[in-house]
Design a protein around this ligand. Structure first.
Ligand code: ADP
Length: 141
């Protein structure tokens, strides 16, 4: 079986306020390795696809404009149980409700400005990685 992978998007708050490094350090300290990494300015089209589950919500236009404030830093990270461990490390969607010690509790602002996206299941991760990365952009080492 292939090693488990997850898609991370470091959002414009992390990029603009310059705390990507802190977040990446948390992932590396948890024992995970980076197998792909690039900056991307996300189009409205790819955002609508990625956020299809909230695209009909009244707050969706705000998400689109937030996610296009700066490029995002997209990464694929790999390791045992990476999807669940990273979701736990990241904390609840609403930064104000995220458990103490989580990345969102430490660095997030609110329910929208919340540092990073991380895939919510191994199956979703496969689709999300394909959405943002070409196969040759992933490294096996
Ligand atoms: P998560 O990113 O934790 O998986 P969701 O998939 O529920 O959370 O939501 C996707 C993204 O949409 C969130 O990370 C956040 O940026 C934004 N979002 C979710 N709920 C709200 C809300 N009530 N108001 C504004 N933005 C929201």
């Amino acid at each position: 079986m292939d090693a488990e992978r997850t898609l991370i998007l470091l959002k414009p708050d992390a990029v603009g306020e310059k705390f990507c490094g802190k977040v990446i350090t948390r992932f590396e300290n948890a024992g995970f390795k980076i197998v792909a990494c690039k900056m991307m300015m996300l189009s409205p089209e790819i955002l609508k696809e990625h956020y299809a589950h909230v695209a009909d919500k009244p707050f969706y236009p705000e998400i689109e404009s937030f996610m296009r404030q700066t490029p995002v830093l997209g990464m694929v990270i790999e390791g045992p149980n990476v999807v669940n461990v990273i979701r736990e490390t990241l904390g609840a969607t609403d930064s104000k409700k995220a458990a103490p010690g989580t990345i969102r509790a430490e660095l997030g602002k609110d329910v929208m400005i919340n540092v990073a996206h991380a895939s919510d299941s191994a199956e979703t991760a496969v689709k999300e990685i394909e959405r943002f990365f070409r196969p040759e952009e992933l490294f096996i080492y």
